[in-house]
Design a protein around this ligand. Structure first.
Ligand SMILES: *Cc1c(COP(=O)(O)O)cnc(C)c1O
Length: 378
């Protein structure tokens, strides 16, 4: 079976983990935790970083740190991994789901603007949804599959309506827009090192921000809100969300390979775009001209997606459909959904992710293309 997207452990992981084990520093204290945080912040161009146990906890604490409270609303795209919406729910808030744009699959900023301008109203410094009179507390943008939306327009809307921008950059480590890394554009950015992400610590996450106070708050919340290193004093309900030294050691080694991985992901995407462009009714995600995607998970569109997925999996080529839109999951089907054409559902019906591990060989890539061509020629 040619896997979809698996971790690639080919750098100094062994060496660094052995160091942890040899010295006995395996838990949350240990030099790899801060080294990984420092190197990560440097790589994406951010002032500070906090490593956490997964991307979901990064989203949870980021939303909390920018002031999202129970009963409030957070705007998210309707197409994302469920963790984005769940992080909102953990705070007792509710997501407002905005449909995505047909060509690049990111949040449709026209729909976002209409919602903010016509369905919400200002009261002093704050923004409220007219219908429910609930406060809109933040915008949580997702850089889907490593692509990005028109960030200038998005930032303009956040500024105009006084909303903090939180970035779910779980899929977009190393993607840039006009040279700036995904995750460093809003007030705070979140990353994931889950098994299928571009770098992996098995499970892990990171928050980055230029705001030192915000970083301090998130570190505090993630460390059970402990205020005194000796006596057990905690000043609020905190969380046990920190990453451990062994995993930070893996993370540091993975980070050293990031540029190689991105180059490989881009060459895989180039190969597929070149070789599949005239095959059947296959279409691709559009990348905006000022964006350089990390090409994390290569996904095509076709009206024959169900049959294609079944065929490929039977033929030893792992493939997966695109996520269910949030609006179609039982927990979120009553959430406000801002949409004209329900593009999210079309993408869900048509999306097919195909193998793109950084360890994939040229032979395997040709095999995938050959099988897809065969499917459409039948
Ligand atoms: C992977 C992912 C997450 C969650 O990351 P975990 O580390 O699995 O908790 C969040 N959002 C998006 C868009 C993701 O792809």
């Amino acid at each position: 079976m040619i896997p979809l997207s698996v971790p690639n452990v080919s750098g100094r992981e062994w060496e660094y983990v052995k160091d942890c084990l040899d010295t006995g520093w395996i838990s949350t204290a240990g030099s790899y935790v801060s080294r990984f945080e420092e190197e990560f912040a440097k790589r994406v161009g951010s002032e500070g970083a906090v490593s956490l146990m997964n991307g979901t906890s990064a989203l949870h604490l980021s939303l909390k740190a920018v002031g999202v409270q129970s009963g409030e609303l957070v705007v998210i795209p309707n197409v994302t991994f469920v963790a984005t919406a769940n992080a909102v729910s953990y705070l007792g808030a509710d997501p407002v789901l905005v449909d995505v744009e047909e060509s690049h699959w990111q949040m449709d900023l026209k729909l976002l603007e209409e919602y903010l301008r016509f369905d919400c109203e200002r009261k002093g410094e704050e923004l409220f949804e007219k219908l429910s009179m609930r406060r809109v507390a933040a915008i949580l943008i997702v850089h889907l599959q490593g692509g990005m939306c028109d960030i200038h327009k998005l930032k303009g809307l956040c500024d105009e309506f006084g909303l903090p921008l939180v970035e779910d950059a779980a899929e977009a480590l190393g993607s840039t827009i006009e040279g700036r890394c995904a995750g460093t554009i809003g007030r705070v950015g979140c990353f994931s090192f889950n098994g299928n992400k571009i770098i992996s610590t098995g499970g892990g996450g990171m928050v980055v921000s230029d705001d030192a106070a915000l970083i301090k708050t998130i570190r505090h919340l993630a460390t059970t809100a402990k205020t005194d290193p000796l006596r057990y004093y905690h000043d609020q309900v905190g969380y046990n969300y920190r990453m451990v030294n062994v995993l930070s050691a893996i993370g540091l080694a993975q980070l050293e390979s990031l540029d190689t991985f991105i180059a490989k992901k881009r060459s895989i995407a180039d190969f597929y775009r070149t070789n599949l462009s005239d095959v059947g009714d296959i279409g691709f995600q559009k990348i905006l001209p000022n964006v350089e995607s990390n090409e994390w998970l290569f996904t095509v569109r076709t009206s024959k997606s169900t049959d294609l997925i079944e065929f490929l999996n039977k033929e030893g080529v792992m493939s997966r459909p695109f996520w269910f839109p949030m609006s179609k999951l039982p927990m979120y089907e009553t959430s406000r959904y801002v949409s004209n054409a329900d593009t999210s559902s079309i993408l869900h019906t048509e999306g097919v992710s195909i193998p793109c591990s950084t360890s994939i060989t040229e032979r395997e890539l040709s095999e995938v293309v050959r099988k897809i061509k065969y499917f459409f020629a039948r």
